[in-house]
Design a protein around this ligand. Structure first.
Ligand SMILES: Cc1cc2nc3c(=O)[nH]c(=O)nc-3n(C[C@H](O)[C@H](O)[C@H](O)COP(=O)(O)OP(=O)(O)OC[C@H]3O[C@@H](n4cnc5c(N)ncnc54)[C@H](O)[C@@H]3O)c2cc1C
Length: 484
């Protein structure tokens, strides 16, 4: 690795990875520092997976502009990087006359933001687009889509790496010092130096900024809990269904979203917390989520639930101020060379590529950005065995018999796919990293069947000691030693 990089990016979430890929297009040296062992371990791995169209954001805000730009770019980026994407559209469901009046305001806001494909729906139209959904009317957004958020981060990081960006995982930034135009960034793995620093540390962006001497931001963590339903999307709901958002709730309201893999997620709640790492789910909120989901889609039953999770929004405004404050994306005047990305909450994923382009322009004001002649924007994603035709599956099994053995029976994941996930480019060998890449352990049995087989592969084929195997990162070891 170089003595001094041109740019250090702190954080390998959706935004950090998108910035890394954008800067990989140019002849500069870039290093990404991430405290966890893999990408998408922060908020980016704990969200709804929706490409927002941009009608929820305040007219004239950076959020609105970047969301609409991002939504327009998203499909092309997914095609280039082989990221699963589906343009589902979305319905906003009104339950009373107040909601209907709010819809007029939301439509007008969407149009002012430049969102195409919005139209009001009467009760019959809503039933024909989203059969089984309740409500007295609503709005349809044609541009809304769903995608695979894990694959988005992995794909951007892999493509950045292929095009020359360095990554250092398990490198928590603990101090930043600037001396004669060079930043010294101290991490748990040593000191790295760069001319510019991009702070995309998500929930910790305020702390990272303060490390560089810009101590004026405060993040108010706001937790959103979710239920995960089994693969019932094709039977129950194949389009995101949201209630009309109530002002000041800190989110978009509890919604139902089909995932790219055919599950449905219910959530998120909105609860302000002190601890940005408090990813617990609570029985009280879970009950509320179920009741609100049932109002939207009465056919939902408790027996469909297979799991839960939560994500935490990096809000800049406390609950008492209604939760909204616009993204801050700027180079700090008091610390030239520090590019701060502050409060990148929803729709931050949708906006990640335009954010990356803004950062590129800021970097370009410090150094010549010469496009690399050999930049390759294309990345080939993983084999999804279960999505292939019988003939394609048979062909793969003939090429490699490991495609013939199912390791995860809920999701039909083969031994070969698990091996590809274990042999990932970043060397991340936690169960979560394997899950993000092969989607094993995510079905109804929650890993009851496949986890032992994955552990067996890690021990036998990759010579890991059982005590080294973690669920996420260090501190989540699965085994403490031999029983006998
Ligand atoms: C409940 C919920 C639902 C959402 N739904 C949507 C949606 O449907 N569509 C949408 O567009 N957006 C959605 N969002 C918003 C979106 O998820 C975020 O805007 C986006 O993921 C932010 O990405 P990021 O890279 O800025 O942050 P993160 O993903 O949090 O990444 C920050 C990274 O920085 C690392 N880091 C932190 N501190 C340090 C340090 N000191 N040293 C090194 N590394 C560090 C972290 O480990 C982390 O990996 C949702 C958010 C939530 C919470």
């Amino acid at each position: 690795m170089r003595d001094v990089h041109d740019v250090i990016i702190i954080g390998a979430g959706a935004v950090g990875c998108a910035v890394a890929r954008e800067l990989a297009r140019y002849n500069i040296s870039v290093l990404v520092l991430e405290k966890e062992c893999d990408v998408a371990y922060g908020t980016s791995g704990r969200m709804s997976g929706v490409v927002h169209a941009g009608f929820n954001n305040k007219v004239g805000s950076l959020m609105a502009r970047l969301c609409v730009e991002g939504s327009n770019l998203f499909e092309d980026v997914c095609r280039e990087l082989d990221i699963p994407f589906r343009r589902t559209g979305k319905v906003l469901v009104a339950f009373d006359q107040d909601d209907m009046r709010a819809l007029d305001r939301i439509m007008a806001q969407g149009k002012a933001n430049g969102v195409k494909g919005l139209r009001l729906l009467d009760e019959d139209e809503i039933r024909s687009i989203a059969p089984g959904v309740g409500g007295i009317g609503g709005m349809f957004s044609e541009r809304t889509a769903i995608f695979d958020p894990f694959e988005f981060c992995i794909a951007h990081a892999e493509n950045a790496m292929d095009n020359g960006v360095d990554f250092s995982f398990e490198s928590e930034v603990t101090a930043i010092r600037k001396e004669s135009d060079v930043f010294s960034v101290t991490t748990s793995k040593g000191i790295f130096k760069a001319r510019l620093v991009v702070n995309s540390a998500g929930l910790y962006c305020d702390k990272v900024s303060a490390m560089a001497g810009v101590d004026k931001y405060k993040i108010y963590p706001c937790r959103g809990q979710y239920y995960i339903l089994d693969k019932v999307a094709d039977r129950l709901l194949d389009i995101p269904a949201y209630p009309v958002p109530k002002p000041g709730i800190g989110g978009l309201g509890v919604h139902l979203t089909p995932t790219i893999d055919g599950n449905i997620i219910i959530g998120p709640s909105a609860e302000y917390l002190d601890d940005p790492d408090d990813t617990a789910t609570t029985a009280e909120v879970m009950d509320k989520l179920f009741a609100e989901a049932k109002a939207l889609l009465p056919a939902i039953e408790r027996r469909y639930i297979i799991g839960n999770y939560c994500g935490i929004r990096p809000k800049q405004a406390p609950e008492s101020e209604g939760g909204f404050r616009d993204f801050v994306i700027k180079e700090e005047e008091t610390c030239p060379g520090l590019i701060n990305l502050i409060g990148i909450e929803s729709p931050g994923f949708t906006a990640s590529v335009p954010i990356a382009r803004m950062v590129r322009d800021m970097v370009g004001s410090h150094m010549d950005l010469v496009p690399k002649k050999d930049f390759n924007p294309v990345r080939k994603g993983r084999v999804r065995f279960r999505d292939l035709s019988r003939e394609e599956q048979q062909k793969l099994i003939e090429q490699d018999p490991e495609y013939g053995e199912i390791i995860c029976r809920c999701q039909n994941v083969t031994r070969r796919e698990i091996r590809d996930a274990i042999e990932n480019r970043f060397g991340a060998r936690s169960i979560t990293s394997i899950k993000y890449r092969a989607w094993a352990t995510t079905g109804r049995c929650n890993g009851g069947y496949c986890l032992a087989k994955i552990v067996d592969m890690l021990v036998r084929d990759y010579h890991m000691r059982p005590e080294e195997i973690t669920y996420r990162s260090s501190g989540s070891e699965l085994f403490s030693g031999e029983v006998k």
